[in-house]
Each structure stands twice: as C-alpha cells, then as structure tokens.
Design a protein around this ligand. Sequence first.
Ligand code: GLU
Length: 501
Amino acid sequence: DPMAGILPSLEDLLFYTIAGGAEKIPAHKFTTALKATGLRTGDPRLKECMENLKVIMKTTSDGNLDRHLFKKCVQSNIVLLTQAFRKKFVIPDFVSFASEIDALYENAKNLGGGQVADYIPQLARFSPDLWAVSICTVDGQRHTAGDTKVPFCLQSCVKPLKYAIAVNDHGTEYVHRFIGKEPSGLRFNKLFLNEEGERNEYVGFSNATFQSERESGDRNFAIGYYLKEKKCFPEGTDMTSILDLYFQLCSIEVTCESASVMAATLANGGFCPITGERVLGPEAVRNTLSLMHSCGMYDFSGQFAFHVGLPAKSGVAGGILLVVPNVMGIMCWSPPLDKLGNSVRGIQFCTDLVSLCNFHNYDNLKHFVKKLDPRREGGDQRVKSVINLLFAAYTGDVSALRRFALSSMDMEQRDYDSRTALHVAAAEGHVEVVKFLLEACRVNPVPKDRWGNTPMEEAVHFGHHDVVTMLQDYNNKYSPPGGATEDKEKEISEKNIDGLL
Ligand code: GLU
C-alpha cells in the first residue's frame, strides 16, 4: 500500500493524542486518560485491549508503550477508543460533569431526616448514613460516588424492569388486557453477566428478604385476592404463586453501580450500553418510561413529574432509578425515606440535577443560557454562535443581528482569525450592519484581526467609502483628545447592548 506510512492510522492518531509529543506512553498514563473519558478498564467492550495490555506489561521492563506496542494493545477496540478520545460520547467533557455530580452528591449527603423502613429486619438494619449515586451514560461512561458497592434490594424499583420485560415478551396489547398501569409479573431475565471478578455488575437475591416479604405481605395478599375475585388474571393463573414471584422480584439485590446500568439500558432504547446487547424492544422501553414518568414516585409522582420532569422509580429500600432518556441512567440509594416513601437524599439529588442541567423533559435545549448542557462540549456552542454572527454580518442580515443582540449574544466575538462581525461587515460594505454594530451594540470600533487589520482598513481596502465615512465619524465622536487608549476602547465596548434595551 503506497499510502501506508503517509497517512497515519487511527492507532497512530490515538497514540499522538495520548502521548502528547512523548515517544512512549506509560501504561498508567493510558489507563488514566481512558478513565477521564468515562470508560472503565473493566468495560466488556475493552476486554481485548485490557488483555493485550496485561500481556504486554509482562514483557516490557519499564511499563512503557512505544508506538508499536500501543498499536498492538488498542487495535482490537480501536473504534470505541477513537470515539472516546475524540470526545464523541454523549457527555464529551466527562471529567467536569463527574465533578458536578460529586458536588450534588456532597450537597445531599448533609441532609438529615427521614425514616429507614423497618417493617422487615432486612431493611431496618441499614444505616441511615448510607448514600450512593451511580451514573452510566448511553455510551457506557461511568461515574460513582459514595456507597456504590453495597448490595440492597430493588423492591419497587424492579417494577419498571419486570413491566418492560413483560411488554417485550408479550406485547403492549396483551399485557394491558390485564393491567392498567402495572403488570402481574412475568419471567425476569438475568440482565447482566460478566465474568470479570470484582468488575461484575452485581445482581443477587436475598432469600431472607423474600421470606420476610411473604410473611409481612398481608396487604399484597389482600390486593391479590381482590384482583382474583375481579378476574384480573389470565385464565389458569395461580395467584399465590404470582405473589411469590412478586416478592422474589422485590428481593433481587443490586448495587448502586449495577442498577445504574439497568437504568442506562432504559435510557438507551433497550440496548445495554456496556455489552451492546439488546435487552428490551423500543416499545417496551417507551411504555415503561411513560409509566415511570407519570407514576413512579408513589404519591409524589405528580410533583416529581412537574419539578424534575424525568422518568423515575422509587423503592422502599431507598433506591431511586432515574432515567435521562437518550443520555444516561442514574441510580440513587439512601435508606431514609420521607413521608411519601421516597429517599430523602435521592429526591434532593434529582431536584438538584435538574436545576443544574437542562434535563427536564420540557427544558429548552436551544436557548440554554442559565442551565448547563453537559451533552455539548464547552466551546461548541460558542463556535456555533461566532459562525452565526459572522455569517449574518457577511450577508448583511441586520434583523438576524438584532435577534442575536437581544438574546445577549456577545457581539464582539472573534473567530479563529480574530475577526469580528464589524470586520466582516466593513469588508463587505454593509453600511446598515456597521451602523447597527457601532451605534446599537457599541462594539469596539477598532479591533485588530490576526493580521493587525481594523474594520476601517478593511473598508478602505475594498473601496467602501460610505463605511469609511461612518467609521471615521464614529471614531471622531468617541475618541478622547490625544487618541483612543486601550482602556477607552474597552469602555466603549462594554456599553455593548445595554443601550439597546
Ligand atoms: N415489598 C414491598 C411491597 O410490595 C415493596 C414496596 C416498595 O418498594 O414500594 O410491599
């Protein structure tokens, strides 16, 4: 291949990205950089890469990867790795998002109040101080804070999962022949299996909880008999064995970490983000999210839908399974419950999250002046706005410029070449635009681009005399005796759009 050695391969590009000019990459530097993207070294999608790394580490003396070794290590998982390092994941700047999550976690940690459920001993034994948050994005970026490895029972958080499986296996029409909003329970699939020791996504079963639930479940039996009398079950159903299944499902154990992957599977249209496995069909997921949205939080559901605006499901063990559709799954867990039965810290976290980020179902995604949009890279929106601004100046579209100014856009933004809207309008001879920028927006009249040119020089160069005159008049009016100083320029520019409003 004559091009080989001329065009760098993806592996080479990745090497340069991580090495930052060095000849070799220390293995720990690679794994640290990897974690910063949100990926875990235990991610099943990176299995080959991590196995190769282990083998290579045994053969190198210094633990460093040169280009050749690096290539050997990453080539089997190069697509995912390239995506990660090119910031193509749903949360491009994962490190700063994770630190925002940590801050919200800390904020809720200090909250007192609430009661740990004590109707069965398996729940009563939990410390009220336990508090954990785990997130998993639709691209499998992971972050956890607090007691995220402690097993607890899903309890009612299992309901959306078993409902989704029922719809997936039997269809909406059939399932809703028997239920309005809740299924009577069907087979529960083991969702996640992963060989790797401590990196397993933990799913267990508490037989003690199951027995206790069965013994203390008089209310559930009462409901069961009532439904049976009203012929709500499919023909031939043994109601008490269905109740057993229900109690068993409630007794499935997860950790905050593993449950976040389940939530992420709901966020990701039924595909498990870290295995790529299709667990649920799209219709089952959509139904589930709709029901969670309207009735996932006991008698707080209406308020939660209003204030948080995200599908969620609460459980009596203190779990809240929260879904940001198409973005991430979140599990919150803290045993103390408020009067309505929801985790005190969990509710605080959900509320805080939506005040910080524009995740509410009805948050506007286009004009997000006040809220953070972690789906975009920090600079992304700025770049877009410079392009729009300079394009409007280039085409002479004063009405677009007026809209931008009214939406508090910085009218002095500069592009890659340090050119402003005023430069462009002056070069193109758009007198109305120049007038608007000077008089209404009060932009700095003498900015210099990367070649040192001012708008005046542009106008002269391209022979736009009317623009030259206008700039001269303006400069004379505002330049102090003795010539414009840097400070004066700044002062003029800082008046910006205040005069407009
Ligand atoms: N086992 C509990 C019940 O059905 C579950 C309660 C819950 O988590 O909401 O009574």
